[in-house]
Write a protein that binds this ligand. Sequence first.
Ligand code: GRG
Length: 303
Amino acid sequence: MRLEEYLKRVQVKISEWIDELQEEYITETFSKIESGKMVRSQLMFYIAKDRAEEVINLSSIIELIHLASLLHDDVIDDAETRRGKPSVFATEGSKVAIMLGDILYSKAFVELSQYEPKIIGYIAGAVTKLSIGEMVDVNLSHHFNSNRELYLQMIYNKTASLIEIACRVSAITTQQDEETFGEYGRGLGIAFQVIDDILDITQTSEQLGKPAMSDFLEGKTTLPYISLYNYLDSDGKNKLISLHKKELNSDDERWLLQKFNESRAIEEAYYFAKEESLKALKLIPEDATELRGIVDKLMQRSS
Ligand code: GRG
């Protein structure tokens, strides 16, 4: 099976599950949601290789959980756009976005209940982690956070845990070493989130399909900001903290970009992501070219 066919079959499976709910409004609202990159499914496909058929339903469960988390995330962040289109939160309001998230998430668990306890435990555990990660992300954003370890723990939970588990369950289903592929997914997931955080600073809103430079305004002190903080002298540190959660005027924006330039904080964050992804690559077999290619693609992406 080719990747395109696999991803299509995951989408068809999800649509069938949505149709089973027999609620016109859900089908209609769901149909307007743009499909994303399906990174987690791509990884599951390349890990399962010629046995990909066997992980289609698990992929569909993971994508539903991911989508539910995005619906909730948009409510939490007041995000008007998602995947370059108005979010469900923007078009239908927060109540619908929360409830649709709950519906997708619980339907995923209904389907998951047919699996062996180990798989159920892994996936349910990842949902707990991503929810904790989101909560810590919100709590950390109340103040300027300069603690790198807290940030790294938070992005592991928020982003890498589900990617790790997607890889792990694909390996288990196809009788391969879950530790190897789980660790690969963990490293890749951390690198993926750091790159996401860098793109928020370096890309335009058109490229991102959402507002640019929004993390710091929302209070999120991501790795480039933590690196910049460590570089600055005490006056600079105070100035940076004073800009936290503020709408930047053009002077502030110029100062921030100049400091990013001279500190090389963005390059430092990129280097960290690169190291994580290289560690992930070391774990997988030399001939796993597609899994290697995915890492390269994610490191070079611009949106
Ligand atoms: C109801 C399951 C559930 C959870 C609620 C809100 C919440 C708890 C968790 C949110 C966690 C979150 C938003 C993590 C960020 C993950 C991330 C990197 C999203 C973007 O992933 P991509 O780039 O998105 O794979 P696409 O659009 O391609 O699918």
